[in-house]
Design a protein around this ligand. Structure first.
Ligand code: ASP
Length: 308
């Protein structure tokens, strides 16, 4: 048996220390640890990577501090539209949903798409119907509402009305994700997001795009990204890491750092990602001031970080 490992993230951006009270900082670390625990419980019982990332992302979606599920950001017309994807590196099976509102855990809706349909991505009413038919719990606007996200929308819209671009990524975005390598050497990735504050209705980011914000293949790596989604899509961020490993023989760390620092970092792609390979190596590069992140390898303590 190999040593299993797990990493989680709660989004990247300019996480200004001045904006983070000590209480909030404690709460962020607790949220990350909670997600690590949810995944660890599965992996330590010999469970599968795909189940561990599902459980970890559900825990992050349930935590209103993070931009996914409960606590998702608002579109320019004051709605919440959520994107999520999951991929199993053992089979390269994948499932995704885009722009949905209703299921308490969008990642479970993505998993239902993976497991019960012939498709990779569903949007619109049929995505909801499939989730509903699978018996997933649904919630209303009260459940998903957070004052902080609503206020962030108002200030972003005010700035926009004055012609000022909101360049504070901490206010504008965030995402959650998990990657894992189980004791059998199978890897998986899951990512879930509300997207970007004041995004256009119907805008889909990188999160549910396989090969952009989410990817897993036992032969190379499992990746979950967070950041300026349009750039992650245009640079096929996750797929590029896998390609560098497969075709150029790069290590997980080399490949991931190149993509984050150069492909994304030099092209307005503020953000970061977490990645794991089938040996259980973890890397978590980011090109901005901070990224909420945590990791654990079998037998070691949980480690959570926000800044460098
Ligand atoms: N990547 C996400 C999106 O563009 C946002 C984020 O991770 O901050 O929807």
């Amino acid at each position: 048996m190999k040593r299993f490992s797990l990493a989680v993230h709660g989004g990247a951006g300019t996480i200004l220390k001045s904006n983070l009270t000590p209480e909030l900082e404690v709460a962020y670390h607790a949220g990350l640890r909670n997600a690590l625990q949810a995944g660890y419980d599965i992996l330590s019982q010999g469970g599968r990577a795909v189940d561990a990332v599902t459980a970890a992302v559900c825990a992050l979606e349930d935590e209103p501090l993070f931009n996914s599920g409960r606590g998702a950001v608002y579109t320019s017309d004051g709605k919440q539209e959520m994107d999520a994807a999951i991929m199993d590196g053992a089979t390269r099976a994948a499932g995704a949903v885009g722009g949905i509102f209703g299921p308490r855990n969008p990642i479970l809706a993505a998993r239902v798409v993976m497991e019960t349909t012939d498709h990779v991505m569903l949007i619109g009413p049929n995505a909801l119907r499939v989730a509903h038919d699978a018996g997933l719990p649904f919630e209303d606007g009260d459940y998903f509402f957070t004052q902080a996200r609503w206020d962030a929308l108002q200030s972003t819209l005010e700035m926009r009305a004055k012609g000022v671009e909101d360049d504070d990524p901490a206010r504008r975005h965030g995402t959650v994700g998990a990657v894992a390598c189980d004791a059998d050497g199978n890897i998986a990735a899951a990512t879930s997001t509300g997207g970007m504050t004041a995004k256009a209705p119907g805008r889909i980011g990188d999160t549910p795009i396989i090969g952009a914000g989410t990817f897993a293949d036992n032969a190379t790596c499992a990746v979950s990204g967070t950041g300026n989604g349009e750039v992650f899509i245009r640079y096929t961020a996750a797929a590029e890491i896998a390609a560098r490993m497969r075709h150029a023989g790069q290590s997980l760390k080399e490949a991931a750092e190149h993509v984050v620092m150069h492909d994304l970092g030099e092209n307005d792609g503020s953000g970061g990602l977490i990645a794991v390979d089938a040996k259980g190596n973890i890397t978590m590069p980011f090109n901005c001031e901070g990224m909420y992140r945590g990791s654990v390898t079998e037998g070691d303590d949980f480690a959570t970080h926000i800044y460098r």
